[in-house]
Design a protein around this ligand. Sequence first.
Ligand code: AHG
Ligand code: MN
Ligand code: MN
Length: 352
Amino acid sequence: MNTQSTVQGTTKPVIVTVQQHILSEQRRHSPQATGTFSWLLSGITLATKMTESRVRRAGLLDVIGAAGNVNVQGEAQQKLDVYADDALVHCLGIRDNVAIIASEENEQAIAFDGRSGPGKYVVVFDPLDGSSNIDVNVSVGTIFSVLRMPEDLRESDDPAQAVLQPGVKQLAAGYVVYGSSTIMVYSTGHGVHGFTLDPSIGAYVLSHEDIRMPEQGKYYSSNDAYWDTFPQAYQDYLSYLRRGELGRSYALRYIGSLVADFHRTLLRGGVFLYPPTDANPQGKLRLLYEANPVAFIAQQAGGYATDGHQNILDIVPQDIHQRTPLIVGGKSEMEAFERFMKRDELAGSLAG
Ligand code: AHG
Ligand code: MN
Ligand code: MN
């Protein structure tokens, strides 16, 4: 998007930063807003710029490799996981409108208290998504989700309760892909917009306004190494796509970083699947800080996401780190998937 405007008679491209965009969105859709959300978002963008500067120089700094401990997921924490997490905890911790945060890298939710007035927001995040790709210079990212702090839980001594809200309650969600360029994509429920980090000015600049997911794409994205342990209905669905029976041929693209696989699906259409497997019968991806933000953005862009039985956004979480199967894509691929799931449920009910 290159809006031209006359500045002293010359036409110069006008840049729109993510902060400007958030403020104009708030003025347009919530005139009563006091700018606290844009202040919150600036904490997230600052943390991602701090992380981005490490990702770009990972081989030169002591940020490659394992941090030497295991996180709550039972996974070896990478140094960049820890750095990205620390950056977000720090940048959000100094924004006094944040009441509680929850992170993939911390077992418990963190309540910020003793500051000027009660916080309005809960922020949940995957500070560094795609950790296994860091050391081989493949795109990684950060994923975040913003919820309102429930008034009736202010006095609760268990911050987790405020985090366990269904995805439909999200006020905003977004991600950053540290890829060939660094792109932030976010939605506050009024469309999906993308911003490219311009290193020469250190700002995220509007580059993808009002992103719409294509009704049908040409890629499916799943880790076919687990094919033999996918449920039969998933195998049948993927074979159907592979045979070109949804009206076109499909290619496989799988990067192994959810943010990168989803970003491609958002821009080019198609479908991403992380089905139940023997190793992860509930799915591998985490509901609160991977599936929900992705589902919110997909739905805002004309696609949607399911766990194989219901819309991801309707799932009521029981645990901060609970996992879920995730199937997310454009209208055609998702309607076809639902047909396979319904046929499978019908077959199951007939079999008694
Ligand atoms: P994280 O690095 O935050 O743990 O997330 C990794 C996830 C997700 O990014 C990706 O889609 C998935 O793991 C890949 O899993 P497989 O390697 O099992 O395919
Ligand atoms: Mn992740
Ligand atoms: Mn992660």
